[in-house]
Design a protein around this ligand. Structure first.
Ligand SMILES: [Zn+2]
Length: 419
């Protein structure tokens, strides 16, 4: 039976650090000193020079606030959840077998709360409620753990509410934040200064392929292909290996370069790319939207015929509107994500053309379009391939900076055609 860190692919250094911290946290509980030493930093003898309460232990041991950083797909939330399990583990190791490990990994542990923002931001109301609940005594007698995925999407007010909790941490509460980086755009400097950072790297393709074979039972050749094509994104690799629709969408994206035969074709390709992203996003959120609306309507008593029903429905209109707003924001996010995945695939193609033009001894990202990339390399040379790669990356940056996706993609397609 693998332990809780088994799915954290290619992150050996981070795992060593987290194991050490979990052991230190278990020692704190054994000694029963947590309630008297809220800052946790005195827990490890190696950190004897630490004295200021609330300060972050720079070396080993346990602390109450963590940030997991790394590129998308590197396993930030996987790492946070595994660490939470190790903290709740009866043996303090993340054995993977005791009830604490099991319920945390299954998402049902009473003292582990996971915030997964669905829209473009996490609001202050949600954060205040969370901080309040996090301050209560852990029912299992170990730790209250709060995991915040996409902590880069905290609103300023929500960030301040969180900061207050991190500055004056309840004795048994641990905050685990996940963000792309510790850049001030992602995490405020003050929150960053109170947290220990665990950097994750893009896992190597071989490590991703190995976990697909071991954990998901995927055939080794398929796993290797998917791991390379996903460029180190574990979740994406699994989807490519298992979902024929995801493979079809990827193929359509990789067909773009050979379709760019003129201005009209470039605009057509832009439309096709945008519409494919919209369709993919719609497919991913429609089911959740319908279920949420039905649940809210039931809760509000829709369909009721009693005297109070009409009045209740008038008050309910505001709540339904609120829900629609949230769902719209989630749909926008899903479209952006889908489009970005397509652009990453496309960038991989031109990167292959570039490395071939340079005769660099590296494996192609997309083995199935390697011949096409090779033809491109001959036609464009390294310089032309680089210009095209840059056009794709510029498109991603523009969309990130809130340029309308259609405009950014059209500009990119024209640049790809003209070279
Ligand atoms: Zn365990």
């Amino acid at each position: 039976m693998p332990d809780v860190f088994a799915d954290l692919v290619g992150q050996d250094e981070a795992v060593v650090e987290l194991r050490r911290a979990a052991a230190a946290a278990a020692a704190v509980l054994r000694a029963g000193v947590a309630d008297r030493a809220p800052a946790l930093v005195a827990a490890d003898p190696a950190s004897g020079d630490e004295s200021a309460p609330g300060a972050v232990d720079p070396s080993t041991g346990m602390t109450h606030a963590w940030i997991f950083t790394g590129p998308p797909g590197s396993g930030r939330s996987v790492a946070a959840r595994a660490f939470a399990a190790a903290l709740q583990c009866r043996h303090g190791t993340g054995c993977g077998q005791c009830p604490g490990c099991h319920t945390t990994m299954g998402g049902t542990h009473a003292d582990v709360r996971m915030v997964v923002p669905e829209g473009l931001s996490i609001g202050v109301g949600e954060m205040r409620a969370l901080v309040l609940r996090a301050a209560s005594t852990p029912s299992g007698g170990r730790w209250q753990v709060v995991i915040i995925e996409d902590a880069d999407r905290l609103t300023e007010a929500a960030g301040n509410a969180l900061l207050k909790a991190i500055e004056e941490p309840p004795p048994r509460t641990v905050f685990l934040l996940c963000a792309p980086s510790t850049h001030p755009d992602d995490i405020s400097v003050t929150i960053r200064s109170r947290c220990r950072v665990v950097p994750l790297r893009q896992p190597p393709a071989a490590a991703v392929a190995e976990v697909l074979v071991r954990r998901d039972g995927i055939a080794p050749d398929v796993a290797q292909w998917a791991a390379a094509a996903a460029q180190g994104h574990v979740g994406r690799a699994r989807r490519l290996a298992r979902d024929p629709e995801a493979r079809k969408r990827r193929e359509a994206v990789l067909a773009v370069p050979r379709r760019l035969t003129g201005v009209g074709a470039a605009f057509d390709a832009a439309s096709a790319l945008i519409e494919a992203a919209e369709a993919e996003a719609a497919a991913s959120v429609t089911e959740a939207d319908t279920a949420e609306r039905a649940a809210l309507e039931t809760a509000l008593g829709a369909g009721g015929t009693g005297r109070g029903a009409a009045g209740a429905m008038r008050g309910a209109a505001g709540q339904l509107k609120e829900l629609e707003k949230r769902q719209k924001s989630r749909a926008t996010r899903a479209q952006r994500d889908a489009l970005d995945r397509a652009l990453v695939d496309l960038a991989g193609f031109y990167r292959d053309a570039l490395t071939m033009a340079l005769r660099a001894p590296v494996a192609p990202v997309h083995t199935d379009t390697a011949a096409l990339a090779g033809a491109g390399a001959q036609k464009w040379d390294a310089e032309g391939a680089l210009r095209r790669l840059e056009a794709v990356l510029a498109c991603r940056a523009a969309i990130e900076a809130n340029v309308k996706p259609r405009i950014a993609v059209e500009a990119m397609m024209l640049a790809l055609w003209k070279g």
